[in-house]
Design a protein around this ligand. Sequence first.
Ligand code: ADP
Length: 360
Amino acid sequence: MSIRILYLDDEIQNLNSFKAAFRKTYSVFITDNPEEAIRIIRDEHIQIAIADQRMPEMTGVEFFAKIKEEYPDPVRILLTGYSDLHTVIEAINSGQVFRFIDKPWDEDSVKHAIQSAAQHFETKMELKRKNEELNRALAELDSFVYSISHDVRAPLMAMWGLVNVARMDPDPNLRSELLDYFEQSIQKLDGFLNSLLDFFRNKRLDTVIEEVDLRFLLDDALALHRAHPSNQDVKLQVHIEDQTLFYSDPHRLRLVLGNILTNAFTYQKMNNAEKRIEVSMVADSEKLDFKVSDNGIGIGPEHIPHIFKIFYRADTQSQGAGIGLYVVKEVVEKLKGKIIVESNRNEGSTFHVIIPNHKF
Ligand code: ADP
């Protein structure tokens, strides 16, 4: 994409000759009106703003001072003659402008200034992106420390309590009941740690694109759930069309399939006489369409905007860590896909994932 430049000058002739000289190399926007210049900066994602110093309404330096707070991103270049040297030095020293070009300008020195301004812009943006990432990571770290201390400690405390009860009561029947509770706590802990591992795998591992055996992936994910004793009364309907070769990151796809299916089985209505899950997976040369519908407890509209946030649980029935859908969203974003949720409380939910076919 070409560099986007705004040029503000009160002399129409200067504007026109600038545009004529540079429009083939850059995306050039020109205006003689400072208000219009601000609108262009806002709407056109300007990377470099060039202004003439001597204008009747305000000077170039005043214009830059005016936009700096609200639009700090564009790199600012001042066009001026040597008679304004003192102003220029002050403007550069106080960080108002990045460079100045002396008038009358020649094409080469303008090009040179634009190239270094563009580089400066990229460096600034990279720094901004890194800063945002860092802030997000810090916020995640905070939630992690809280969640780990809570979610690891709760089952540990439960087990500790159970050990004490078992010590005090020699009744063998009670012991077997206690062992069941013990197992539940261990499973909870294991589930939590597995979710954390998924989270880190997605974050740290490189994306590896290869041919994916979709049928195998789905069968594998379903087999795990089918085998579980608590899922025996769930009626499962599966539709798969995978005639086209599909390329993606199989390990990440496994995370998406696994988490969405786990939820469809987990959030069934306890006493529903007919628990149902429909799974459809259709791949073509463009994309994979993966859809899971259940007739479970559903999700209230007030929760839907939050379910992809880390550690968010929309229901007390949840025994999970609240990480699954966060990982799903991160993976889907990494694979440049999208996810759509439709859900009604007490009626059920549909999770629809579309992942592009990353053919070579
Ligand atoms: P959890 O580990 O709690 O299942 P997830 O991130 O996978 O965490 O899901 C977040 C929340 O979204 C869950 O706690 C649950 O309340 C809700 N949810 C997800 N999938 C479904 C579903 N199929 N039916 C009903 N609620 C769901």
